[in-house]
Design a protein around this ligand. Structure first.
Ligand SMILES: Nc1ncnc2c1ncn2[C@@H]1O[C@H](COP(=O)(O)OP(=O)(O)OP(=O)(O)O)[C@@H](O)[C@H]1O
Ligand SMILES: NC(=O)c1ccc[n+]([C@@H]2O[C@H](COP(=O)(O)O)[C@@H](O)[C@H]2O)c1
Length: 361
């Protein structure tokens, strides 16, 4: 067998935000291709889609790029390429693949990189390898890498959505570049390939990777969790969580997990002398106070789930009620409790409310 064909794995998508599963895809794809012995993955590229794609919840490209950058700090072989998302209009994936292939071809040492030869290499099937219908190793080492589309099985199955993909684009992608498809719960990529004439025709050029440690993280679920104020730790890289928090993306509410390092509304007020910036005093509405630790180092998320505290405005002033979730553990939270009382009192003083008058446990 000759030397393996060099491959660049290109993932196109929204990455709003980039999740740990997007990163896993690259590891899975590289392992699968390298194990065939026919390919050698030399690098990975993430190409976030342009804002012109107009998908719901697509935060501006500059934020998506920064999140990708933050996520890739832990990878030494996958890089962000912002070319696609700096365009103001959406580009079909076939065009994106062609663009990158041309870039790599032009940067390659190879003076002669006829696309036909590349197509032949990319299409090399198992039977080609077995019958030694392969180019000589000298030719191969001079070849520029082939750009393959790395995607989830849902993207493959979207080929069948009427009007979504041009037939000639699908044929171009599978014949000239090839696909590396990561299985996803609820999809059946092998059957999908079988059902499609064009995919069956080029099936040797499609590598399906079954992820046995199935992991259904999706950006949609992450956005839902953020909107609901739920923790997303261990689903996204910490740097991405910090970025979301810092830029208040995805309409996150006062999220006790996401925001615990931000100054609390009370602390924010104390930094501002501008009366315009003071919060509006609620008349009779119930005000929820988020339980936080004063010192970030001593932050313990378990404490936060132990108590729920609400302050209700009544005629005499705010009435604060703290409801421990588990009474037996409530003492472990006592310092937080005292700190909260002080915060509410300061808050009231600053906003010229009457002092806290009732605390019920
Ligand atoms: N859990 C997953 N398993 C396999 N592939 C995935 C997974 N999550 C995302 N992908 C793939 O990552 C690529 C980039 O997709 P995209 O950013 O649009 O992700 P998404 O999480 O599906 O987004 P959204 O939930 O916003 O639709 C796509 O090819 C998609 O199929
Ligand atoms: N016709 C096409 O080329 C085509 C159609 C749908 C999605 N896509 C691409 O697939 C990626 C993922 O899109 P979704 O997030 O909508 O699943 C994006 O990069 C998008 O540009 C391409």
């Amino acid at each position: 067998m000759g030397s393996p064909v060099k491959v660049i794995l290109l993932a196109c998508g929204s990455f709003s935000p980039i999740t740990n599963m997007h990163l896993r895809m690259f590891e899975l794809g590289r392992d699968a291709l390298n194990k065939t012995g026919r390919f050698q993955v030399v690098s990975g590229v993430i190409s976030p889609v342009s804002d012109g794609y107009g998908k719901k919840d697509l935060v501006p490209a500059k934020h998506r790029c920064e999140m990708v950058r933050a996520a890739l700090k832990t990878s030494d072989w996958v890089k962000l390429d912002p070319w696609e998302c700096t365009l103001s209009f959406w580009s079909p994936t076939a065009k994106v693949l062609r663009h990158y292939q041309e870039q790599y071809d032009s940067h390659s040492n190879c003076k002669t990189t006829p696309s036909k030869k590349r197509k032949k290499l990319s299409n090399r099937s198992v039977s080609d390898v077995q019958t030694n219908h392969i180019p000589s190793s000298d030719t191969e080492t001079d070849q520029s890498p082939v750009v393959k589309l790395l995607c989830g099985a849902d993207l493959l199955e979207s080929f069948a959505v009427p009007g979504l993909w041009a037939q000639e684009d699908i044929e171009y992608i599978v014949s000239t570049h090839g696909l590396v498809v990561i299985s996803r719960v609820g999809t059946d990529p092998h059957k999908f390939i079988y059902d499609s004439d064009v995919l069956t025709k080029y099936k040797e050029n499609i590598v399906v990777v079954t992820e046995w440690i199935s992991n259904e993280i999706s950006s949609t679920k992450i956005r839902t969790a953020l909107r609901r104020g739920e923790s997303v730790k261990y689903l996204l890289q910490d740097g991405v969580i910090d970025y979301i928090k810092q830029h208040q993306l995805y309409k996150i509410p006062d999220n006790k997990y996401i925001n615990h390092l931000l100054p609390s509304p009370v602390e924010k007020e104390s930094n501002s002398n501008d009366p315009e910036e003071q919060p509006q005093r609620p008349s009779s509405a119930e005000v929820k106070v988020i339980l936080r630790s004063s010192a970030p180092g001593s932050y313990n998320p378990n404490h936060l789930t132990l108590h729920r505290m609400t302050t209700k405005m009544e005629n005499k002033g705010p009435v604060t009620k703290i409801v421990p979730a588990h009474k037996s553990n409530s003492t472990s939270c006592i310092s937080d409790f005292g700190m909260l009382v002080r915060r509410v009192r300061n808050y009231n003083l600053r906003t010229r409310r009457r002092p806290l008058n009732t605390i019920k446990k």
